[in-house]
Write a protein that binds this ligand. Structure first.
Ligand SMILES: Cc1ncc(COP(=O)(O)O)c(C=O)c1O
Length: 386
């Protein structure tokens, strides 16, 4: 029987199960005290003033744009090297995504951003690819210079470090994902965090997240004689439930002590075994940044797409799931139809055809990681790549 190594299964222990069961038995399962508790925990972890938990990062990105009034005729600068959620939300608002190619670290190239800014540019959405922070301060400086809002799609980077602090404090909005494959999961879920003292902004985002209601369900029904509410905005239905928050709190309890160190250990095992002049290891740590160890994105020098895909097939036959992050957004049919062309983003294309993502999950044993890396090296050597 071959050994099966999945790509990224969720790490669910009795702690998560017990927390969820407790909520199920509590009589309150939608947005309520557990969401509040989780918001407070994230607030102090990230060192931010405001946290709004939602049902996805997509909702968080969309709401940020909506709260700013971004719409038709506006442009939002972002990276093509991401999941389509990042740019789909711009289109949902009626605005135009303007893609700026990436640099050596998979992240948007700051030096190319300035050339793309014009009078229609209203926001920049950068992505911390694989958990490795972008150059926040440099992007913020550009945003301030041109009076543009800075939104960070930090779907991958909860717990990453920038200038000695947890990320979340520098951009105008930082959006996290707690989707099932993320480091910390609530099955589906996300959060907007921001550091502003603007109470109207917080209130607007809260209203927009739940049909524009002046009170959420807990405020209406769990306290006495407070049934009256008003619809003050044409809002959406993006709230997180207490079931999800209970799961998230259990994950959060284990995040710094178990989940992050384990992911880092797996990265280090891969780094050790895959040290090779024909391989480029993922960005991990610099003087000012440390990844959240979300995606182990390996690049292979001088490979083409066909051979890269062959490597994935051989590894899959051996029971090991690999992945590719990402097919650049502009290569997807719906974006091509809009006129975007990958030829305009050569670094994204070069990165895409050479990239392989290796399995990383916190239940993974050292021996599993050693097995994956040695099978991969053997495969690359048979194909005469290393
Ligand atoms: C870079 C990036 N942004 C946004 C999202 C959307 O996250 P969610 O599924 O929580 O909406 C994802 C999801 O995988 C992502 O990878």
């Amino acid at each position: 029987m071959i050994k099966k190594i999945p790509f990224s299964p969720p790490d669910i222990t009795d702690r998560e199960i017990n927390n969820v069961v407790e909520v199920l038995k509590s009589g309150w399962i939608t947005t309520g005290p557990k969401v509040k508790e989780f918001e407070e925990r994230i607030k102090s972890y990230c060192g931010v003033k405001n946290v709004i938990l939602l049902n996805s990062a997509t909702a968080g990105l969309f709401l940020s744009l909506k709260a700013l009034g971004i719409g038709e005729g506006d442009e939002v600068i972002t990276t093509p090297y991401t999941f389509a959620a990042t740019s789909n939300v711009v289109l949902h608002c009626g605005a135009k995504p303007v893609f700026v190619d990436i640099g050596e670290d998979f992240n948007i190239s700051v030096k190319n951003i300035e050339k793309a800014i014009n009078s229609r540019t209203k926001a920049i959405i950068s992505v911390d690819f694989g958990g490795f922070p972008v150059d926040y301060q440099e992007i913020l400086d550009l945003c301030r210079k041109y009076n543009i809002t800075y939104i960070s799609d930090s779907a991958h980077s909860f717990g990453a470090i920038y200038n000695g602090n947890k990320i979340g404090t520098i951009p105008d909005f930082t959006v996290f994902s707690f989707h099932a494959v993320k480091n910390l999961t609530t099955a589906e879920g996300g959060a907007i965090v921001f550091n502003s003292d603007d109470e109207d902004l917080y209130r607007k985002l809260k209203l927009l997240s739940l049909h524009g209601q002046s009170k959420d369900a807990f405020e209406k029904y769990a306290t006495t004689n407070s049934w009256y509410y008003e619809i003050q905005e044409v809002g959406y239905k993006f709230n997180m439930t207490d079931i999800q928050a209970a799961l998230g709190i259990a994950q959060f309890d284990r995040y710094e002590s178990e989940i992050l160190p384990r992911r880092k250990a797996i990265f280090n095992i891969y780094n050790e075994i895959l040290k090779n002049e024909n391989l480029i290891l993922p960005p991990q740590k610099t003087e000012s940044k440390e990844t959240s160890y979300h995606i182990y994105a390996l690049r292979i020098k001088n490979i083409d797409e066909k051979v890269r895909n062959e490597v994935i097939k051989i590894m899959s036959d051996k029971g090991i799931s690999l992945n590719v992050h990402y097919i650049p957004v502009v290569m997807h049919p719906v974006y091509k139809k809009m006129g975007y062309d990958i030829k305009d983003y050569p670094k994204s294309y070069e990165t895409y055809i050479s990239e392989l993502s290796l399995p990383v999950y916190s239940q993974m044993k050292d021996s599993d990681a050693e097995y994956v890396a040695s099978c991969l090296l053997k495969t690359l050597s048979i194909l005469k790549i290393v």
